[in-house]
Design a protein around this ligand. Structure first.
Ligand SMILES: Nc1ncnc2c1ncn2[C@@H]1O[C@H](COP(=O)(O)OP(=O)(O)OP(=O)(O)O)[C@@H](O)[C@H]1O
Ligand SMILES: [Mg+2]
Length: 388
């Protein structure tokens, strides 16, 4: 059988893609050659890191900022620049990037660092002390009389701290020749760290504020030039994507997603240009895939709770927990869980941002009631729920 990718339709579509020149720059993993509007932050990282070129361990640095504000991109950019500079100076420095969603415990991070630096350590089985010792032995003077200087970038550090405590920071900050650059979404992430660690961390903090619409426009224009063919973007497309993303807390990743999806819609519909209508529909498409991703991973019982909430919402009913349970048992019939379990489900759905709850008082002696409200689009929920 012929390979499905050799399908003539697919091939001819690929050849005559009049919209995109190259989609890669619209992917959020793409690292652009320059990062506009982040000079201040990148310079600040460099100011701290420059010591390493004189063989002095730099200060620890923490980057803060909401999602899509360029923290990961800026740290990777600074990393590339430092590697280039260190090469010219013949310095023995390594900068290792670790995403803490991939390595979620102290053991895993230290073992990964050892492995990357050429010291084989098993992924499990050793004690933590053994791994830490293996790690520290990497910093003895090497055969050329030089000592390794290591900078560790811990991206999304909140996840690691939350899961495994602050041991990782303790170990790294108490190892000679190691500096840490932590990246966090939360300004209060220091609450996850004990004071003995805070004092050895002694970090410089750099804040990444949300982008405004004009800044997002500049970012998108740079990427659009690399990605789209000349003159296919209508002139109000980038301003609209930027304005919409500015509302979503200045998230550059969302802005890029909007632009990419708008382009894909235009391509799918064989339009000559990308228009604001494509952008508006791109927004729906992105929301849709987010919601359906969440819903498809929900257990059946939770989906039924949502079906019940949807039914009541459509009937314009005020949804109390009691009413919800009634409607839920009607849907689940004999397979229903207890009233108590429903409260857990409600909490989880609220955490996912699909619903909200509000406790109201019914007046003296009448107690308090929970009112539940849907927080996503009704139609979107209906089509997704009933197509799973
Ligand atoms: N100043 C900029 N210039 C060009 N592209 C940028 C800029 N800031 C962000 N981007 C792009 O936006 C996307 C999101 O940025 P990045 O991943 O760095 O955000 P983040 O702050 O790490 O977000 P999160 O907290 O969700 O991890 C990336 O594709 C990045 O290349
Ligand atoms: Mg990031």
């Amino acid at each position: 059988m012929a390979n499905i990718f050799e399908d003539e339709q697919l091939i001819s579509n690929r050849r005559k893609n009049h919209i995109f020149k190259n989609k890669k720059p619209l992917d959020h993993r793409f690292l652009p050659e320059k990062l506009v509007h982040r000079d201040v932050q990148i310079r600040e990282i460099a100011r701290n890191w420059v010591d390493v070129l004189d063989n002095v361990t730099p200060s620890n640095v923490t980057l803060y900022g909401k999602t899509g504000t360029g923290k990961t991109a800026a740290s990777k950019f600074a990393r590339e620049q430092l590697i280039e500079a260190a090469d010219n100076e013949n310095i023995f420095v390594k900068i290792e990037y670790i995403r803490c969603t991939d390595f979620t415990t102290e053991y895993q991070v230290i073992a990964e660092l050892c492995n990357r630096l050429g010291r084989d350590v098993p992924n499990r089985g050793w004690t933590k002390a053994e791994v830490v010792n293996a790690f520290r032995s990497l910093f003895r003077t090497n055969a050329f009389g030089k000592k390794l200087q290591l900078i560790v970038i811990l991206d999304e550090i909140d996840i690691l701290l939350d899961k495994d405590g602050d041991g990782i920071l303790y170990t790294l900050t108490r190892t000679d020749n190691v500096a840490v650059l932590s990246i966090s979404n939360y300004l209060d992430f220091k609450n996850l760290i004990k004071s003995r660690v805070t004092s050895s961390l002694n970090d410089k903090e750099i804040v990444f504020p949300p982008y405004g619409a004009d800044q997002l426009s500049d970012i998108l224009s740079e990427r659009a030039e690399l990605s789209f063919n000349d003159n296919v973007l209508n002139e109000d497309v980038i301003p609209l994507c930027s304005a919409m993303a500015a509302k979503e807390e200045g998230d550059a990743r969302y802005a890029l997603d909007l632009l990419k999806n708008a382009g894909e819609l235009a391509f799918d519909e064989a339009c000559e240009n990308v228009t604001t209508d494509h952008v508006k529909r791109a927004k729906e498409r992105i929301e849709h895939s987010k919601v359906s991703e969440i819903l498809s991973t929900l257990p059946l019982q939770q989906q039924r709770v949502l079906m019940a909430i949807l039914t009541l919402t459509k009937q314009k009913e005020e949804i109390t927990s009691g009413k919800l349970y009634e409607s839920y048992t009607e849907i689940s019939k004999k397979d229903a869980v207890t009233y108590r379990r429903i409260f857990d489900f409600i909490n989880e759905l609220e955490l996912l941002g699909i619903i909200s709850t509000n406790t109201v008082s019914r007046g003296r002696g009448k107690g308090r009631t929970n009112i539940i409200k849907l927080q996503c689009d009704e139609n979107l929920l209906e089509t997704t729920l009933y197509s799973i």
